[in-house]
Design a protein around this ligand. Structure first.
Ligand SMILES: [Zn+2]
Length: 204
């Protein structure tokens, strides 16, 4: 049975054992485009990936399944070399601890996502980045585009074009990188991990 048919079984919940780690060559491969109309298998995989992210952010399910929290997942991390990513970025609670009006600032499964334009300005997260496929702390600024325009297809085959900035922009670039065989630490300055390029935005 293929990896994908195992993962999309009705009773299967994706957990950390399904996620491959650095050193696995699939993480260094350029993934293949999916074709449209999407197969049921590719639609189901996208749904399972989003379900994983929800579980990973839910304290009860995360504990039960032993999940690390995540805001994005790319199919190559499941050893499936296809251009499919899921992103789920929660909005913070307000100062009194009440839930936000909109639960998520970004919630999408993207098929064949592509950066079609980007700002000249670079940006990096102040606290660096992590990855479900990397079981170690890698410190340093991960230099990315500050703003990107991304084209992708949804599960119905409809094309979308969205503009992203701030944290959402970083998350989507991290996941698109996975479909191109790029790891986040490839973008850290080797000699000086905390070097700030002129004009680079540091996102707190
Ligand atoms: Zn990652």
């Amino acid at each position: 049975m293929s990896v994908q048919s195992k993962l999309i079984k009705a009773g299967h919940l994706i957990d950390m054992d399904d996620i491959i780690r650095e050193g696995n060559p699939t993480l260094r491969a350029v993934a293949a485009d999916v074709s449209f109309p999407l197969s049921d298998e590719d639609i189901l995989l996208g749904e399972k990936m989003m379900q994983f992210l929800k579980h990973s952010q839910d304290p009860v399910m995360a504990e039960k399944l032993g999940l690390r929290g995540g805001v994005g997942l790319a199919a190559p991390q499941l050893d499936i070399s296809k251009r499919i990513i899921a992103v789920l970025v929660p909005n913070p609670e307000d100062e009194e601890g009440n839930p936000p009006k909109e639960a998520y600032s970004l919630q999408e499964v993207m098929y064949n996502p592509k950066i079609v334009s980007h700002s000249v300005q670079d940006a990096a997260l102040a606290d660096g980045e992590g990855c479900l496929s990397v079981d170690r702390l890698v410190e340093g600024y991960v230099v990315r585009h500050s703003r990107v325009t991304v084209e992708y297809f949804d599960k119905n085959g409809e094309k979308h074009k969205i503009k992203l900035k701030g944290y959402n922009s970083i998350v989507v670039q991290h996941e698109i990188d996975h479909t191109n065989g790029v790891m986040f630490y490839d973008r850290i300055n080797e000699k000086n991990p905390f070097a700030i390029k002129e004009g680079m935005l540091i996102i707190e």
